[in-house]
Ligand binder design. Sequence first.
Ligand SMILES: [Mg+2]
Length: 286
Amino acid sequence: MSELPGKHGASSKANLQTIRHLALDMDGTIYKGGTLFDFTPTFLARLREMGIGYTFLTNNSSRSVADYVGHLRKMGIEAQAGEIYSSSLCTTDYLRRNLPQIHQLFVLGTPSLQREFAEAGFEILGPNEEPDAVVAGFDTGLAFERLCKAAWWIKRGKPFIATHPDRVCPTDQPTVLVDCGAVCACLTEATGVKPLVVLGKPDPAMLTGILVRHSLQPSQLAMVGDRLYTDMVMAHRAGALGILVLTGEATEKDVAACSERPDLVVPSLRELGELLAVAHGDKNDR
Ligand SMILES: [Mg+2]
């Protein structure tokens, strides 16, 4: 296990004592592909025992929070809706906070995504009604006519908002799943207009949303994930602790070559659970 000095040079153990909540990346962190890591249920139980909260994070805006509750349950994790934060929730939070004049939306997205926006209080318009803004998500049923109308409204000066930057969604099937970032690139190519904002990882608004929801200070939140350029970059941008697990994409070699190192690197959640127990046990002894 390697504990690397963080950007502030503070010791990781000291930082872990302040942690009250973990933002957990999913694929590569709590499971890989369709298989849950054997240590994940024990790790989550340990967090609950220590009174440390957690939120599962996802950039995938094609599925709703309810879809994710079902997805995690199938894998053996009993999650509550309030324990999941997606790029679509981040987008509705962002719109409410920063663009409160926007109520009517034209959304390129799945029925699940459109429903989430409607439940958040936005009016979802058809392609021929003039919206306040255009939102692009991961639209697995993307229709050419709707893509063209999105470009039309963007060209007419409507704010253009992207739920997340991913260009493709990983799959083990013989296809390329064209994701939100690639659809936005297409819209930008057609209109000359870039999105006003791109939410989802690595935008720190994903973590700001969790800080607000749970009334936390950045020093009380740790982002745990397997990617340096999304999970760890976002942690640092939000002022949260960045904890890298080596069960997914990034390797120790990648960490060594990285200019801004994570605050802590652990082989997996198993070792992180042990370090948290020590840090919080130490604190209770005082
Ligand atoms: Mg991941």
